[in-house]
Design a protein around this ligand. Sequence first.
Ligand SMILES: [Mg+2]
Length: 241
Amino acid sequence: MALPRAILFDLDDTLIRAYAQPEEAWRRLLGTFAAPLEAHDAPAIEKVRVAVMDEARTLWTDQATAAKWRLDIPGARRLTTRRALSRLGYDDEALADRIADAFTEMRRLEYRLYPDAHATVDALRQAGVRLALVTNGSSEIQRAKIARFDLEHRFHHIQIEGEFGQGKPELAVYRHALEKLGCEACDAWMVGDNYEWEVVAPQKLGMCGIWYDPLDMGVPETATAKPTHVIKRLGELIESS
Ligand SMILES: [Mg+2]
């Protein structure tokens, strides 16, 4: 892969490990609420986990609803956990909120920078590539991650949905970032883990969509677009150039 003039990077589950593999995280978290949930064995915990994740999937699958709640993920977790507990016959919204908030905090504590993230981004910048960080979500939560993982000074442009006013996959999002970097779409890559946001939408503009697949999930069966490249480690971006 010859390097392009500009690269737009996704943040969550691309540069940092943030929300991937929620099953294990929910199982662990719900285990700590076994007493108030009166869920005293693994199948009882599993029943709650399935209901909670089911409600979350329903909320996040609807695009308009998802676009609204992306700016308040802790609020979305409270809502879906309340719905799940209520469906299972618990009449305790305060308990649902405590569980949702504990999950939010557990996830926050467990964010991790992917080990080759800094080195890759720095090498690309060193090579003269113009770099943008383009992330969905609220200003407060995304800015906290950017500061915590020392990312701000590494990018020429940082664009957060909650600040810009639009999020991926709106084409205006990519257009604005390209304009800020002074680069044409045909000479730019978008790199990230979300198939719609980082492959399908950017390719509509003529950008290359580089799909990051660190957990080796494989291209979704329903995919209509084909990624320009698939990478399993960020370091692959510089190794072959
Ligand atoms: Mg992502």
